[in-house]
Design a protein around this ligand. Structure first.
Ligand SMILES: Cc1ncc(COP(=O)(O)O)c(C=O)c1O
Length: 284
């Protein structure tokens, strides 16, 4: 497997990361994950926009967008041909400098890492069955809109879910269910579709934005409001959205069955529309 590291394409086991890299020492870096469908990056512009937003969010000068777009295109053209289902990962760190909390002064070049890997597509049957989730207290910081590599709270929440026999965890902050460990949360209540508004407490998901467009095209009634945790119990449908999650129903939540225990009708309409949007209508 090859990687792109600071301007060079090289084999993964040849690539050397400086032990003083600030993403390693401090989690001082940001990232993006872009899905390739049949060698085509899905919503590349939105991902590059968000990366820039994340870089500015941690007071980094954004890496040249044209360069990143070229690197993604290179992985899409080569690795994407071998792997019809893949992701491209981009990580930008503040660079390598002797360990100090202060920013390097003078600044050092950022560390830019990009690679592609195959992913297993979600089988329609798997999507129809959905996943199990549990709710956990959201103890993340208050800048969740920045896609930083500081993912320890998300990692711990995911592991807590696994230990409770579930697949993912839904974060609850101030009594409101807002998003999952690596996906946004949608809830159908009283026939309306609810998702948390974009605030500093969620990551503004690219898939979330696409699903909101699809909901609009389908004429669904949408409310940009988070769901009180006690209202989850009566929800007709719950689903997650994300680059690798796509549109995934949550059919068990905190040990209870959600709706019929299978993908519900609103989720199904959006799931089908999403499949069409990514150019895989046949799968649905
Ligand atoms: C915390 C969190 N929320 C939401 C998402 C979904 O975002 P996207 O649809 O852009 O992948 C992610 C993706 O990794 C995430 O980490």
């Amino acid at each position: 497997m090859r990687v792109y590291l600071n301007g060079r394409y090289q084999e993964r086991d040849q690539a050397g990361l400086d032990v003083d890299d600030r993403s390693f020492l401090f989690g001082d870096g940001v990232y993006e994950v872009i899905r390739l469908y049949d060698g085509r990056p899905f919503e590349l512009d939105r991902h590059l926009d968000r990366l820039e937003q994340s870089e500015r969010g941690v007071w980094m000068e954004p890496v040249d967008r044209g360069t990143l777009a070229e690197v993604v295109a290179e992985f899409a053209a080569h690795e994407g041909r071998t792997w019809p289902d893949a992701i491209v990962y981009i990580q930008v760190s503040r660079g390598a400098a002797p360990r100090s909390h202060s920013f390097p002064d003078p600044p050092v070049p950022p560390t830019v890492l990009v690679w592609a890997r195959p992913v297993k597509p979600v089988a329609p049957e798997q999507a129809r069955a959905g996943i199990a989730a549990v709710t956990v207290a959201d103890d993340r910081w208050a800048r969740c809109w920045i896609k930083t590599v500081n993912l320890l709270p998300n990692v711990l929440a995911k592991e807590a879910a696994r230990r409770r026999g579930a697949d993912d965890a839904v974060f609850v902050r101030d009594g409101m269910a807002i998003e999952a460990t690596s996906a946004n949360l949608f809830v159908v209540r009283g026939g309306r579709l609810y998702t948390a508004p974009v605030t500093n407490y969620i990551l503004p998901g690219v898939t979330r934005a696409v699903v909101l467009e699809l909901a609009d095209e389908l004429g669904l009634e949408v409310r940009l409001e988070p769901t009180p945790v006690e209202a989850l119990e009566a929800a007709e449908e719950v689903f997650l959205t994300g680059t690798t999650t796509e549109v995934m129903p949550v059919t068990r939540l905190d040990g209870r069955t959600v709706g019929t225990g299978r993908m519900g009708p609103v989720t199904e309409a959006l799931w089908r529309a999403f499949r069409r949007r990514v150019g895989r209508p046949g799968d649905a």
